[in-house]
Write a protein that binds this ligand. Structure first.
Ligand SMILES: [Zn+2]
Length: 64
């Protein structure tokens, strides 16, 4: 079936049009790519695991 690009929902995370086949809905009810959603949730989860990362910005720790 023919669908206009304007009618396609846009990913709330990356802003690109979301195809119906791969569309996913986040907790806010907005259309998002599954990959974007996973990345977003994963990033948030990672931040939660390192709550003191904010303090390390001015610290010259060991770098590779
Ligand atoms: Zn996206």
């Amino acid at each position: 079936m023919a669908v206009l690009n304007d009618a396609a929902p846009k990913c709330a995370i990356c802003g690109q049009p979301v195809e119906i086949d791969v569309s996913k809905t986040d907790s806010n009810g907005a259309a998002v790519h599954e990959n974007c959603y996973v990345a977003k949730v994963g990033a948030r989860k990672k931040q939660k695991e390192n709550p003191k990362v904010h303090q390390d910005t001015n610290d010259s720790g060991p770098r590779p």
